[in-house]
Design a protein around this ligand. Structure first.
Ligand code: FAD
Length: 427
Protein backbone atom coordinates (compact mmCIF):
# COMPACT_ATOMS: atom_id res chain seq x y z
CA UNK A 1 0.00 0.00 0.00
CA UNK A 2 1.49 3.36 -0.93
CA UNK A 3 2.30 5.69 1.92
CA UNK A 4 0.08 8.59 0.83
CA UNK A 5 -3.00 6.45 1.53
CA UNK A 6 -1.98 6.02 5.15
CA UNK A 7 -4.52 8.08 7.07
CA UNK A 8 -3.30 10.65 9.58
CA UNK A 9 -5.49 10.61 12.64
CA UNK A 10 -5.58 13.29 15.32
CA UNK A 11 -7.15 12.57 18.71
CA UNK A 12 -8.09 15.58 20.83
CA UNK A 13 -8.23 14.77 24.56
CA UNK A 14 -6.35 12.20 26.65
CA UNK A 15 -9.20 11.08 28.90
CA UNK A 16 -10.14 7.37 28.85
CA UNK A 17 -11.77 7.46 25.39
CA UNK A 18 -8.97 9.40 23.68
CA UNK A 19 -6.20 7.40 25.34
CA UNK A 20 -7.58 3.97 24.47
CA UNK A 21 -8.22 5.02 20.88
CA UNK A 22 -4.67 6.33 20.57
CA UNK A 23 -3.13 3.24 22.17
CA UNK A 24 -5.02 0.75 20.01
CA UNK A 25 -4.49 2.69 16.78
CA UNK A 26 -0.78 3.04 17.47
CA UNK A 27 -0.61 -0.69 18.29
CA UNK A 28 -1.96 -1.32 14.78
CA UNK A 29 0.76 0.89 13.33
CA UNK A 30 -1.47 3.86 12.51
CA UNK A 31 -0.17 7.41 12.13
CA UNK A 32 -1.84 8.88 15.21
CA UNK A 33 -1.27 12.14 17.07
CA UNK A 34 -2.77 12.90 20.46
CA UNK A 35 -3.35 16.40 21.84
CA UNK A 36 -3.23 16.35 25.61
CA UNK A 37 -5.24 19.13 27.23
CA UNK A 38 -3.03 19.48 30.31
CA UNK A 39 -3.12 18.78 34.01
CA UNK A 40 -5.95 16.67 35.43
CA UNK A 41 -7.91 17.90 38.43
CA UNK A 42 -7.13 16.24 41.78
CA UNK A 43 -10.62 14.77 41.98
CA UNK A 44 -12.45 13.34 38.97
CA UNK A 45 -15.97 11.98 39.20
CA UNK A 46 -16.71 8.44 37.96
CA UNK A 47 -15.05 6.03 40.39
CA UNK A 48 -17.30 2.99 40.16
CA UNK A 49 -16.59 0.46 37.41
CA UNK A 50 -18.74 -2.28 35.92
CA UNK A 51 -17.44 -5.80 35.14
CA UNK A 52 -17.44 -5.08 31.38
CA UNK A 53 -14.45 -2.78 32.07
CA UNK A 54 -12.25 -5.72 33.05
CA UNK A 55 -11.89 -7.28 29.55
CA UNK A 56 -11.00 -3.81 28.21
CA UNK A 57 -8.28 -3.45 30.86
CA UNK A 58 -7.00 -6.91 29.96
CA UNK A 59 -6.87 -6.01 26.28
CA UNK A 60 -4.79 -2.96 27.15
CA UNK A 61 -2.62 -5.10 29.45
CA UNK A 62 -3.19 -2.80 32.43
CA UNK A 63 -5.33 -4.86 34.80
CA UNK A 64 -2.47 -5.62 37.20
CA UNK A 65 -1.50 -1.96 37.40
CA UNK A 66 -5.13 -1.01 38.01
CA UNK A 67 -5.63 -3.73 40.64
CA UNK A 68 -2.68 -2.26 42.57
CA UNK A 69 -4.41 1.11 43.04
CA UNK A 70 -8.08 0.15 42.91
CA UNK A 71 -10.55 -1.43 45.31
CA UNK A 72 -11.90 -4.84 44.25
CA UNK A 73 -15.69 -4.54 43.79
CA UNK A 74 -17.93 -7.61 44.24
CA UNK A 75 -21.31 -6.01 43.55
CA UNK A 76 -23.75 -3.25 44.43
CA UNK A 77 -26.33 -2.69 47.15
CA UNK A 78 -29.43 -0.64 46.44
CA UNK A 79 -31.24 0.90 49.42
CA UNK A 80 -34.70 2.46 49.23
CA UNK A 81 -35.48 3.68 52.73
CA UNK A 82 -38.26 1.54 54.20
CA UNK A 83 -37.80 -1.31 51.67
CA UNK A 84 -35.14 -3.93 52.44
CA UNK A 85 -31.89 -3.20 50.60
CA UNK A 86 -31.33 -5.25 47.46
CA UNK A 87 -27.87 -6.78 47.14
CA UNK A 88 -26.65 -7.52 43.65
CA UNK A 89 -23.63 -9.81 43.48
CA UNK A 90 -21.53 -10.05 40.35
CA UNK A 91 -21.32 -13.80 41.06
CA UNK A 92 -24.49 -14.27 39.01
CA UNK A 93 -22.62 -13.29 35.82
CA UNK A 94 -19.92 -15.94 36.20
CA UNK A 95 -19.06 -17.39 32.79
CA UNK A 96 -20.38 -14.31 30.98
CA UNK A 97 -18.01 -11.63 32.28
CA UNK A 98 -15.43 -11.52 35.09
CA UNK A 99 -17.53 -11.69 38.27
CA UNK A 100 -16.00 -8.51 39.73
CA UNK A 101 -14.99 -5.01 38.87
CA UNK A 102 -13.04 -2.19 40.51
CA UNK A 103 -13.68 1.07 42.29
CA UNK A 104 -11.15 3.42 40.76
CA UNK A 105 -9.42 6.55 42.01
CA UNK A 106 -9.94 8.35 38.72
CA UNK A 107 -6.86 10.55 38.37
CA UNK A 108 -4.59 7.49 38.88
CA UNK A 109 -6.75 5.26 36.67
CA UNK A 110 -6.86 7.84 33.86
CA UNK A 111 -3.09 8.22 34.20
CA UNK A 112 -2.59 4.45 33.78
CA UNK A 113 -4.53 4.46 30.49
CA UNK A 114 -2.75 7.62 29.37
CA UNK A 115 0.64 6.04 30.18
CA UNK A 116 -0.38 3.01 28.17
CA UNK A 117 -1.06 5.30 25.20
CA UNK A 118 2.25 7.09 25.81
CA UNK A 119 4.07 3.74 25.64
CA UNK A 120 2.63 3.13 22.18
CA UNK A 121 4.10 4.72 19.08
CA UNK A 122 1.78 7.69 18.95
CA UNK A 123 2.86 11.28 18.44
CA UNK A 124 2.18 13.20 21.63
CA UNK A 125 1.49 16.94 21.71
CA UNK A 126 1.30 18.54 25.15
CA UNK A 127 -1.06 21.33 24.11
CA UNK A 128 -4.75 21.96 23.76
CA UNK A 129 -5.86 21.65 20.16
CA UNK A 130 -7.74 24.50 18.50
CA UNK A 131 -10.64 23.23 16.41
CA UNK A 132 -12.46 25.68 14.13
CA UNK A 133 -15.15 25.57 11.46
CA UNK A 134 -13.81 24.65 8.01
CA UNK A 135 -14.41 26.81 4.94
CA UNK A 136 -17.28 25.81 2.73
CA UNK A 137 -16.23 23.63 -0.17
CA UNK A 138 -13.22 22.24 1.72
CA UNK A 139 -14.84 18.81 1.98
CA UNK A 140 -14.70 18.87 5.76
CA UNK A 141 -16.78 20.43 8.51
CA UNK A 142 -14.08 21.24 11.06
CA UNK A 143 -10.33 21.67 11.00
CA UNK A 144 -7.40 22.68 13.19
CA UNK A 145 -6.39 26.33 13.43
CA UNK A 146 -2.96 27.29 12.03
CA UNK A 147 -1.31 27.30 15.45
CA UNK A 148 -2.39 23.70 16.11
CA UNK A 149 -1.39 22.56 12.64
CA UNK A 150 2.06 24.04 13.15
CA UNK A 151 2.57 21.82 16.21
CA UNK A 152 2.91 18.78 13.94
CA UNK A 153 5.58 19.53 11.30
CA UNK A 154 5.13 16.00 9.89
CA UNK A 155 1.75 17.06 8.53
CA UNK A 156 3.44 19.67 6.34
CA UNK A 157 0.64 22.15 6.81
CA UNK A 158 -2.09 19.73 5.72
CA UNK A 159 -5.09 18.86 7.85
CA UNK A 160 -5.23 15.28 9.20
CA UNK A 161 -7.67 12.88 7.56
CA UNK A 162 -9.69 12.44 10.74
CA UNK A 163 -10.00 14.66 13.81
CA UNK A 164 -11.44 12.69 16.73
CA UNK A 165 -13.17 14.76 19.38
CA UNK A 166 -12.42 13.08 22.72
CA UNK A 167 -12.87 16.28 24.74
CA UNK A 168 -15.54 14.82 27.05
CA UNK A 169 -18.33 17.08 28.18
CA UNK A 170 -16.83 20.04 26.36
CA UNK A 171 -18.24 18.38 23.20
CA UNK A 172 -16.07 20.73 21.19
CA UNK A 173 -17.10 19.72 17.66
CA UNK A 174 -20.79 19.14 18.41
CA UNK A 175 -21.02 22.61 19.98
CA UNK A 176 -19.12 24.22 17.13
CA UNK A 177 -21.46 22.66 14.59
CA UNK A 178 -24.53 23.25 16.79
CA UNK A 179 -25.55 19.61 16.41
CA UNK A 180 -28.97 19.00 17.98
CA UNK A 181 -29.14 16.63 20.95
CA UNK A 182 -31.64 14.29 22.54
CA UNK A 183 -31.82 14.83 26.26
CA UNK A 184 -33.32 12.64 28.96
CA UNK A 185 -35.65 13.81 31.71
CA UNK A 186 -33.09 14.20 34.53
CA UNK A 187 -31.21 17.43 35.09
CA UNK A 188 -29.51 17.10 38.45
CA UNK A 189 -26.49 18.48 40.22
CA UNK A 190 -23.90 16.14 41.70
CA UNK A 191 -21.63 16.97 44.66
CA UNK A 192 -19.11 14.51 46.05
CA UNK A 193 -16.09 14.20 48.33
CA UNK A 194 -13.80 11.64 49.97
CA UNK A 195 -14.25 10.76 53.64
CA UNK A 196 -12.54 8.66 56.27
CA UNK A 197 -14.28 7.13 59.33
CA UNK A 198 -17.26 6.22 57.20
CA UNK A 199 -19.18 3.09 58.26
CA UNK A 200 -19.68 0.63 55.44
CA UNK A 201 -22.16 -2.23 55.77
CA UNK A 202 -20.03 -4.61 53.63
CA UNK A 203 -19.09 -6.79 51.92
CA UNK A 204 -15.80 -4.97 51.33
CA UNK A 205 -15.76 -2.99 48.12
CA UNK A 206 -19.52 -3.24 47.55
CA UNK A 207 -20.89 0.12 46.40
CA UNK A 208 -24.08 1.40 48.01
CA UNK A 209 -26.64 3.33 45.99
CA UNK A 210 -29.44 4.77 48.09
CA UNK A 211 -32.47 6.90 47.45
CA UNK A 212 -32.27 10.17 49.33
CA UNK A 213 -35.24 11.57 51.22
CA UNK A 214 -35.06 14.82 49.23
CA UNK A 215 -35.77 13.37 45.78
CA UNK A 216 -32.49 12.12 44.41
CA UNK A 217 -29.93 9.44 45.14
CA UNK A 218 -26.52 8.99 46.67
CA UNK A 219 -23.47 6.84 46.10
CA UNK A 220 -21.03 5.34 48.58
CA UNK A 221 -18.04 4.00 46.68
CA UNK A 222 -15.36 2.34 48.84
CA UNK A 223 -11.88 3.23 47.60
CA UNK A 224 -8.73 1.70 49.11
CA UNK A 225 -8.17 4.32 51.79
CA UNK A 226 -11.42 6.28 51.95
CA UNK A 227 -15.07 6.40 50.97
CA UNK A 228 -16.28 8.46 48.02
CA UNK A 229 -19.71 9.84 48.87
CA UNK A 230 -21.82 11.76 46.39
CA UNK A 231 -25.37 12.97 45.96
CA UNK A 232 -27.21 13.42 42.67
CA UNK A 233 -30.14 15.70 43.33
CA UNK A 234 -32.21 18.34 41.49
CA UNK A 235 -30.12 21.52 41.40
CA UNK A 236 -32.68 23.74 43.13
CA UNK A 237 -32.93 21.30 46.07
CA UNK A 238 -29.16 21.35 46.57
CA UNK A 239 -28.95 25.13 46.23
CA UNK A 240 -31.35 25.49 49.16
CA UNK A 241 -28.94 23.43 51.32
CA UNK A 242 -26.21 26.10 51.53
CA UNK A 243 -24.14 28.66 49.71
CA UNK A 244 -20.94 26.65 49.18
CA UNK A 245 -20.45 23.12 47.77
CA UNK A 246 -19.04 22.03 51.17
CA UNK A 247 -22.09 23.30 53.06
CA UNK A 248 -24.46 21.74 50.57
CA UNK A 249 -22.83 18.29 50.66
CA UNK A 250 -22.59 18.27 54.46
CA UNK A 251 -26.27 19.27 54.73
CA UNK A 252 -27.26 16.63 52.16
CA UNK A 253 -25.55 13.97 54.29
CA UNK A 254 -27.08 15.23 57.54
CA UNK A 255 -30.61 15.38 56.15
CA UNK A 256 -30.59 11.80 54.84
CA UNK A 257 -30.98 9.00 57.42
CA UNK A 258 -28.92 6.41 55.51
CA UNK A 259 -26.02 8.80 54.85
CA UNK A 260 -26.05 10.48 58.25
CA UNK A 261 -25.96 7.10 60.05
CA UNK A 262 -23.09 5.79 57.94
CA UNK A 263 -21.23 9.09 58.16
CA UNK A 264 -21.85 9.92 61.83
CA UNK A 265 -18.09 10.10 62.58
CA UNK A 266 -16.99 11.17 59.12
CA UNK A 267 -14.00 13.28 58.32
CA UNK A 268 -13.86 14.94 54.92
CA UNK A 269 -10.40 14.69 53.40
CA UNK A 270 -11.00 16.34 50.03
CA UNK A 271 -12.65 19.33 48.47
CA UNK A 272 -16.17 19.04 47.05
CA UNK A 273 -16.21 19.03 43.24
CA UNK A 274 -19.56 19.76 41.63
CA UNK A 275 -20.89 18.45 38.33
CA UNK A 276 -24.08 18.98 36.45
CA UNK A 277 -25.74 15.70 35.64
CA UNK A 278 -27.56 15.49 32.36
CA UNK A 279 -28.56 12.76 29.95
CA UNK A 280 -27.59 13.72 26.43
CA UNK A 281 -26.92 12.03 23.09
CA UNK A 282 -25.84 14.05 20.03
CA UNK A 283 -27.89 13.55 16.87
CA UNK A 284 -24.62 13.03 15.00
CA UNK A 285 -21.26 11.59 16.06
CA UNK A 286 -19.36 12.11 12.82
CA UNK A 287 -19.15 14.14 9.65
CA UNK A 288 -16.65 14.77 6.87
CA UNK A 289 -13.22 14.76 8.53
CA UNK A 290 -14.28 14.21 12.15
CA UNK A 291 -15.78 11.79 14.68
CA UNK A 292 -16.61 11.98 18.39
CA UNK A 293 -15.91 9.37 21.08
CA UNK A 294 -16.83 9.06 24.77
CA UNK A 295 -18.82 11.80 26.45
CA UNK A 296 -18.24 14.00 23.41
CA UNK A 297 -20.79 11.79 21.62
CA UNK A 298 -23.14 11.04 24.50
CA UNK A 299 -23.48 10.74 28.23
CA UNK A 300 -26.26 8.61 29.66
CA UNK A 301 -26.34 9.07 33.46
CA UNK A 302 -24.09 8.07 36.35
CA UNK A 303 -26.74 5.65 37.69
CA UNK A 304 -25.49 2.03 37.25
CA UNK A 305 -22.00 3.41 36.36
CA UNK A 306 -21.76 2.74 32.61
CA UNK A 307 -19.96 6.04 31.67
CA UNK A 308 -16.34 4.99 31.64
CA UNK A 309 -17.04 1.69 29.95
CA UNK A 310 -19.09 3.34 27.20
CA UNK A 311 -16.30 5.90 26.75
CA UNK A 312 -13.61 3.19 26.55
CA UNK A 313 -15.70 0.98 24.31
CA UNK A 314 -16.27 3.85 21.88
CA UNK A 315 -12.51 4.36 21.53
CA UNK A 316 -12.02 0.62 21.14
CA UNK A 317 -14.79 0.34 18.56
CA UNK A 318 -13.42 3.15 16.39
CA UNK A 319 -9.86 1.85 16.63
CA UNK A 320 -10.99 -1.59 15.46
CA UNK A 321 -12.76 -0.14 12.42
CA UNK A 322 -10.00 2.11 11.10
CA UNK A 323 -7.64 0.59 8.57
CA UNK A 324 -4.23 2.03 9.52
CA UNK A 325 -2.83 1.54 6.03
CA UNK A 326 -5.83 2.92 4.16
CA UNK A 327 -7.86 3.30 2.15
CA UNK A 328 -10.87 3.87 4.42
CA UNK A 329 -14.43 4.46 3.32
CA UNK A 330 -14.84 7.02 6.10
CA UNK A 331 -18.54 7.62 5.69
CA UNK A 332 -19.53 3.92 5.73
CA UNK A 333 -17.09 3.10 8.51
CA UNK A 334 -18.12 5.96 10.76
CA UNK A 335 -21.76 5.12 10.20
CA UNK A 336 -21.06 1.57 11.45
CA UNK A 337 -19.34 3.11 14.47
CA UNK A 338 -22.22 5.46 15.17
CA UNK A 339 -24.86 2.72 14.83
CA UNK A 340 -23.09 0.52 17.35
CA UNK A 341 -22.51 3.32 19.83
CA UNK A 342 -25.97 4.86 19.53
CA UNK A 343 -27.57 1.46 20.09
CA UNK A 344 -25.40 1.09 23.21
CA UNK A 345 -26.26 4.53 24.58
CA UNK A 346 -29.98 4.10 23.92
CA UNK A 347 -30.04 0.61 25.51
CA UNK A 348 -28.38 1.95 28.65
CA UNK A 349 -30.75 4.89 28.73
CA UNK A 350 -33.71 2.49 28.59
CA UNK A 351 -32.28 0.37 31.42
CA UNK A 352 -31.54 3.39 33.59
CA UNK A 353 -35.01 4.79 33.02
CA UNK A 354 -36.48 1.51 34.32
CA UNK A 355 -34.27 1.92 37.35
CA UNK A 356 -35.37 5.52 38.02
CA UNK A 357 -39.07 4.74 37.59
CA UNK A 358 -38.83 1.86 40.08
CA UNK A 359 -40.00 -0.89 37.68
CA UNK A 360 -36.73 -2.74 37.58
CA UNK A 361 -36.24 -3.03 41.32
CA UNK A 362 -39.91 -3.96 41.87
CA UNK A 363 -39.48 -6.79 39.36
CA UNK A 364 -36.23 -7.86 41.03
CA UNK A 365 -37.85 -7.87 44.49
CA UNK A 366 -40.69 -10.02 43.11
CA UNK A 367 -38.22 -12.59 41.79
CA UNK A 368 -36.35 -12.67 45.11
CA UNK A 369 -39.56 -13.24 47.06
CA UNK A 370 -40.64 -16.14 44.84
CA UNK A 371 -37.16 -17.64 44.93
CA UNK A 372 -37.27 -17.70 48.71
CA UNK A 373 -40.75 -19.23 48.86
CA UNK A 374 -41.93 -22.76 48.21
CA UNK A 375 -42.38 -22.73 44.46
CA UNK A 376 -40.11 -25.70 43.85
CA UNK A 377 -37.02 -26.37 41.73
CA UNK A 378 -38.48 -25.27 38.40
CA UNK A 379 -39.10 -21.79 39.71
CA UNK A 380 -35.57 -21.65 41.10
CA UNK A 381 -34.21 -22.40 37.61
CA UNK A 382 -36.43 -19.71 36.08
CA UNK A 383 -35.38 -17.24 38.74
CA UNK A 384 -31.68 -17.98 38.18
CA UNK A 385 -32.20 -17.35 34.47
CA UNK A 386 -33.89 -14.01 35.16
CA UNK A 387 -31.30 -13.03 37.75
CA UNK A 388 -28.49 -13.75 35.29
CA UNK A 389 -30.10 -11.58 32.62
CA UNK A 390 -30.79 -8.72 35.04
CA UNK A 391 -27.25 -8.78 36.39
CA UNK A 392 -25.70 -9.15 32.94
CA UNK A 393 -27.64 -6.12 31.73
CA UNK A 394 -26.39 -4.01 34.65
CA UNK A 395 -22.82 -5.26 34.12
CA UNK A 396 -22.66 -4.35 30.44
CA UNK A 397 -22.78 -7.83 28.84
CA UNK A 398 -26.48 -8.10 27.92
CA UNK A 399 -27.59 -4.46 28.10
CA UNK A 400 -28.15 -4.37 24.36
CA UNK A 401 -29.44 -7.93 23.84
CA UNK A 402 -32.96 -7.91 22.38
CA UNK A 403 -34.01 -10.98 24.42
CA UNK A 404 -32.78 -9.52 27.73
CA UNK A 405 -34.46 -6.18 27.00
CA UNK A 406 -37.75 -7.92 26.19
CA UNK A 407 -37.52 -10.10 29.30
CA UNK A 408 -36.90 -7.06 31.48
CA UNK A 409 -39.73 -5.18 29.77
CA UNK A 410 -42.14 -8.05 30.41
CA UNK A 411 -41.16 -8.46 34.06
CA UNK A 412 -41.33 -4.72 34.67
CA UNK A 413 -44.90 -4.68 33.46
CA UNK A 414 -45.81 -7.58 35.80
CA UNK A 415 -44.33 -6.78 39.20
CA UNK A 416 -46.73 -9.13 41.09
CA UNK A 417 -47.29 -7.30 44.31
CA UNK A 418 -44.27 -4.99 44.54
CA UNK A 419 -45.25 -1.44 43.72
CA UNK A 420 -42.67 0.35 41.50
CA UNK A 421 -43.58 3.59 43.33
CA UNK A 422 -41.76 2.21 46.39
CA UNK A 423 -38.53 2.06 44.40
CA UNK A 424 -38.94 5.20 42.28
CA UNK A 425 -36.28 7.89 42.45
CA UNK A 426 -37.47 11.50 42.19
CA UNK A 427 -40.94 12.70 41.36
C1 FAD B 1 -21.91 12.91 38.47
C2 FAD B 1 -21.20 11.90 37.61
C3 FAD B 1 -20.88 10.64 38.13
C4 FAD B 1 -20.26 9.69 37.34
N1 FAD B 1 -19.98 8.46 37.86
C5 FAD B 1 -19.45 7.49 37.07
C6 FAD B 1 -19.15 6.20 37.60
O1 FAD B 1 -19.35 5.94 38.80
N2 FAD B 1 -18.62 5.27 36.78
C7 FAD B 1 -18.35 5.54 35.45
O2 FAD B 1 -17.90 4.65 34.73
N3 FAD B 1 -18.58 6.77 34.92
C8 FAD B 1 -19.11 7.75 35.70
N4 FAD B 1 -19.32 8.99 35.19
C9 FAD B 1 -18.99 9.24 33.76
C10 FAD B 1 -17.49 9.25 33.42
O3 FAD B 1 -16.79 10.06 34.33
C11 FAD B 1 -17.32 9.75 31.98
O4 FAD B 1 -18.24 9.08 31.15
C12 FAD B 1 -15.89 9.51 31.44
O5 FAD B 1 -14.93 10.23 32.16
C13 FAD B 1 -15.82 9.96 29.98
O6 FAD B 1 -14.51 9.85 29.47
P1 FAD B 1 -14.07 10.70 28.20
O7 FAD B 1 -12.72 10.21 27.81
O8 FAD B 1 -15.14 10.70 27.17
O9 FAD B 1 -14.00 12.23 28.71
P2 FAD B 1 -13.09 12.93 29.89
O10 FAD B 1 -12.74 11.96 30.94
O11 FAD B 1 -13.86 14.13 30.26
O12 FAD B 1 -11.77 13.37 29.11
C14 FAD B 1 -11.74 14.45 28.20
C15 FAD B 1 -10.32 15.00 28.13
O13 FAD B 1 -10.18 15.92 27.05
C16 FAD B 1 -9.32 16.99 27.44
N5 FAD B 1 -9.58 18.12 26.52
C17 FAD B 1 -10.69 18.90 26.44
N6 FAD B 1 -10.55 19.81 25.45
C18 FAD B 1 -9.32 19.62 24.89
C19 FAD B 1 -8.59 20.25 23.81
N7 FAD B 1 -9.09 21.26 23.10
N8 FAD B 1 -7.35 19.78 23.51
C20 FAD B 1 -6.81 18.73 24.18
N9 FAD B 1 -7.46 18.11 25.21
C21 FAD B 1 -8.70 18.53 25.56
C22 FAD B 1 -9.70 17.22 28.90
O14 FAD B 1 -8.68 17.89 29.58
C23 FAD B 1 -9.89 15.77 29.39
O15 FAD B 1 -8.69 15.23 29.87
C24 FAD B 1 -19.92 9.99 35.97
C25 FAD B 1 -20.20 11.26 35.46
C26 FAD B 1 -20.84 12.21 36.26
C27 FAD B 1 -21.16 13.56 35.67
Amino acid sequence: MSNFLRPRIAVVGSGPSGSILTALLADKGADVTLFNGGKRPEMIVGESGIPALVPVMRRLGIEEEVAAIAQHKPGATFAFGSESPIQLSFRSIEGILPAYSYNLPRPQFDQIIENRARRSKARWIEKEAGIILAQEGSGREVMFDDETLALVPEWEGRQPDLIVDATGRRRTVARLLKIPVKTGPRKDAAHFAHFTNWKHPGPPGQIVISRTVYGGWSWQIPLRDCMSVGVVVPGETLRAFGSTPEERLEAAIEKDPILSAAGADRQRISGVPIYSNYQLISDRSFGPGWAAVGDAFGFVDPMLSPGMWIALRSGECLADLINPDGPNDWDAMLRTYEDEMRHRLVSWQELIEKFYNGEMMAAYATGERFANSVFGPLFKVVNRHIDRHFASMCCGAYTEKPYSRKLLGFLCKNPRGFDPANYRIGA
